[in-house]
Design a protein around this ligand. Structure first.
Ligand code: NAD
Ligand code: ZN
Length: 356
């Protein structure tokens, strides 16, 4: 199966199926004589050999491995990867392969975006979350002062998504990625959202269903980034659940809660706030039960609501120190609302009181 993504500068395809990692070059429109694979220390052990061997003998293939974990999206690793690219003789016609989750995708993509003013790269996602991060062309590294502060928009030549690689994901990474699938459902399509809510994502896992959910999630994201490549209003809808999500992630520490687990709580909050602000009924209970059944962390050690409010104000999406949140008037009908501090404190208070 393949989806087509149009950007202002190119068109690329997203291939989603099993065993694709064994035939990576067949999805590329050009032949490359020099390839650098960038991956992390977990994915290296699982899939690096498969990807190396997918290239023929006429291609020079080298690789660089960074430690697994968010802290690898650093300026130090960026510089070391530049050195690897130079030492391995990559030129403007070479290819970088980003083999891994969103961390590797963002880091390797940013290396590709800036090495010799930009060379080709291909995304080979290996996490569920990366259905989101590998599409849309955002690449970045972190600064000690904040996530993704150094980056660019730089689309890949292709996204080659081998769903077989997802079998080895730890449960919390399954939860993390599925939260973004749920998000794609909430902002676009009630029937799809309901389908996901019927699925237990931890047991009885059916690869065909997963593939269907990933393709739908990718197409929702693709439609939005095609309409709004550089983040005007519509692309902001992708931020559903992320205002509180980012605040929780930062406050609890990146090792404690995964991105998607934090976003899941943020979406629950957004549903509750939407119900109050618009007087509508939304599937808060359905989502709560689904999260609970799939062991999402719902009961957090006490978080101070004023601290959270301050974190939410620092969100890149907030203007003039007023918090902007993505809300829903209905499933598939997103809006952006600016909220007063006092109002938000009340909503947060109420949210955490009802959770425990
Ligand atoms: P990740 O890449 O750190 O992967 C999570 C963990 O899973 C890591 O320990 C990794 O080694 C391991 N892993 C990866 N594939 C595996 C596999 N197949 N089997 C077993 N373990 C595996 O994190 P992520 O959740 O994939 O991505 C998060 C990153 O994505 C963040 O840096 C975030 O900023 C970025 N992101 C970017 C965008 C974008 O638009 N560019 C969007 C969302 C998130
Ligand atoms: Zn996210």
């Amino acid at each position: 199966s393949s989806l087509e993504i149009k950007t202002s500068t190119n068109i690329y395809h997203v291939y989603v199926d099993v065993k694709l990692r064994h035939k990576l070059p067949s999805f590329l429109e050009k032949e490359y004589s020099n390839v650098l694979i960038i991956t992390d220390s977990h994915v290296e052990k699982l899939f690096l050999d498969d990807v190396i061997h997918s290239f023929g003998t006429t291609t020079k293939v080298s690789y660089a491995v960074v430690p697994a974990g968010e802290s690898s999206k650093s300026i130090e690793n960026y510089f070391n990867l530049m050195t690897s690219a130079i030492e391995n003789g990559l030129d403007r016609h070479s290819l970088i392969v980003a083999l891994g989750g969103g961390m590797v995708g963002d880091l390797a993509g940013f290396v590709a975006a800036t090495y010799m003013r930009g060379i080709d790269y291909v995304q080979v996602p290996t996490t569920i979350l990366a259905h989101d991060s590998s599409v849309g062309g955002k690449v970045a590294i972190n600064h000690p002062e904040g996530k993704n502060l150094i980056g660019n928009f730089y689309p890949p030549q292709a996204v080659v998504y081998d769903v077989e690689t997802l079998n080895s994901l730890p449960e919390k990474e399954v939860r993390s990625g599925y939260a973004e699938i749920v998000k794609h459902g909430l902002i676009s399509d009630e029937a799809f959202f309901n389908q996901v809510m019927e699925q237990n994502i931890l047991s009885t896992f059916n690869p065909q269903i997963l593939k269907k959910h990933l393709i739908k999630g990718i197409s929702v994201k693709a439609n939005i980034v095609e309409t709004d490549e550089k983040e005007g209003n519509i692309r902001k809808y992708l931020n559903l659940g992320h205002t509180l999500g980012h605040a929780l992630e930062a406050e609890l520490g990146y090792g404690k809660i995964t991105h998607g687990e934090a976003v899941a709580l943020g979406m629950l909050f957004a549903l509750q706030v939407s119900e109050k602000v618009y007087g509508v009924t939304l599937p808060y209970d359905t989502l709560y039960n689904w999260l609970s059944k799939n062991n999402y962390p719902l009961h957090l050690s006490r978080v101070d609501k004023y601290v959270l409010l301050n974190r939410m104000k620092k969100d890149k999406k907030s203007r003039d120190l007023k918090v902007q949140m993505v809300l829903l008037k209905a499933i598939g009908q997103s809006t952006i609302e600016q909220l007063d501090d006092e109002q938000l404190i009340q909503f947060l208070e109420n949210f955490f009181r009802e959770l425990v």
